[in-house]
Design a protein around this ligand. Structure first.
Ligand code: NAP
Ligand code: GDD
Length: 328
């Protein structure tokens, strides 16, 4: 059986990828940080097939040990401080984990066996946030980077060091430049899930309104379940390379609000939405829309869930969770 090691196993993508690889017959190992990680119960209950390995992206020896324990064929680096808003307040931590964490993991792979005899394949979770103040539209693999947050800057470092290690040490290292992807497992801090959860609670009479920041931003939103397949496909190719993964559509937060409220029969969302400057960011990414032609042609990848389908899926999930929580 092939063996996969995933950092960020407790996050949205880690959960989707673990499920995907398990269904493909992989032995799945996941890096879990902290002495009593609050998400260990979730891992044990919903992903009993995942073998947890202790460690932290801030700690090189723990990464070496984790690779020695799991002996993976494929390493997926999904662990990061991933919330852009938080990165403005904890910029040094973000640089250390989201940026330098990539370097540490690449070094661990070199130490444990990433060279031609024992070739570990490596996937880096790069981000459309690297395009930031976009230099062209849509954005593809050749579009120059102009990050707009400490998170974006750290991701640029992670991306560049992945390319550099591939070129310098003949590592099979790929970088997926993924545009926003969401789903029922999305953290409540991100705007899609914050909205779908609030819509469900408003429908059930559990809250009156939702308070947001900038409603004008536009994102290329896809479904996380579709995107983890692209990660895996990158590591199955003959040659390592970098790929943009996106739907090719962009939508504003106002469109998201309209669809989510319509899902519970509310035609006008305006009375339910407030704005607070505390949710505005010091610098914003106004528009993202990806050109994933390369992934579609070379990997044969295509998204299956469209934007209205994604919003429906998330609202239905939050209605289910909130009704069962409040009927107890
Ligand atoms: P997420 O839900 O926020 O998960 C982040 C994961 O990183 C969690 O499992 C977290 O573990 C782990 N982590 C945080 N600090 C760590 C540390 N010091 N050492 C080891 N692990 C650590 O993020 P996601 O949405 O699944 O995204 C996965 C990756 O893709 C991230 O790198 C993100 O930046 C990138 N990305 C995401 C998107 C998107 O739209 N979702 C788009 C492009 C790129 P704990 O639970 O223990 O904190
Ligand atoms: N989170 C949040 N909360 N965002 C809000 C809010 C709010 O109350 N109100 C408006 N927004 C706007 C943000 O200013 C941003 O323009 C947009 O909604 C999306 O914010 P997030 O959902 O937090 O995601 P993100 O685009 O900043 O980052 C996500 O996607 C990146 C890929 O482009 C994260 O998953 C990153 O890890 C990922 O790399």
């Amino acid at each position: 059986m092939p063996r996969a090691f995933i950092t960020g196993i407790t996050g949205q993508d880690g959960q989707h990828l673990a499920e995907f690889l398990h269904n493909k017959g992989y032995d799945v190992f996941g890096l879990v940080k902290g002495q009593n990680n609050p998400r260990m119960d979730l891992l044990r209950d919903e992903f009993p097939f995942v073998q947890p390995v202790p460690g932290d992206l801030a700690d090189l020896p723990s990464l070496v040990k984790a690779l020695e324990t799991s002996q993976p064929d494929e390493v997926y680096n999904l662990g990061a401080i991933s919330f852009v808003a938080m990165s403005f307040n904890q910029a040094e931590l973000t640089a250390n984990i989201t940026g330098l964490g990539v370097l540490r993991l690449l070094e661990a792979i070199r130490m444990v066996g990433g060279t031609s005899n024992n070739k570990i394949r490596f996937y880096q979770a790069s981000s459309s946030e690297m395009f930031g103040k976009v230099r062209e539209t849509p954005q593809n693999e050749m579009t120059p980077f102009h990050p707009r947050s400490p998170y974006g800057c750290a991701k640029v470092f992670g991306h560049d060091i992945t390319v550099n290690y591939r070129e310098s040490y003949d590592l099979f290292a790929c970088s997926g430049i993924l545009f926003n992807h969401e789903g029922p497992r999305r953290g409540l801090e991100f705007v899609t899930r914050k909205i779908t959860n609030a819509v469900a609670r408003i429908k059930l009479g559990l809250q009156d309104s939702v308070t947001l920041g900038n409603l004008d931003a536009k994102r290329d939103w896809g479904y996380a379940g579709d995107y983890v397949k692209a990660m895996w496909l990158m590591l199955q190719q003959d040659q390592p390379d970098d790929y943009v993964v996106a739907t090719g559509e962009t939508h504003s937060i106002e469109e998201l609000l309209a669809l989510a409220f319509a899902e519970v029969g509310i035609d006008d969302w305006h009375p339910y939405v407030k704005q607070d400057p505390k949710y505005f960011r010091p610098a914003e990414v106004d528009l993202l829309i990806g050109d994933s032609t390369k992934a579609r042609t070379k990997l044969g990848w295509a998204p299956e869930v469209d934007f209205p389908g994604l919003v429906k899926l998330m609202v239905e999930n939050d209605l289910r969770i909130e009704s069962s929580r409040n009927s107890r």
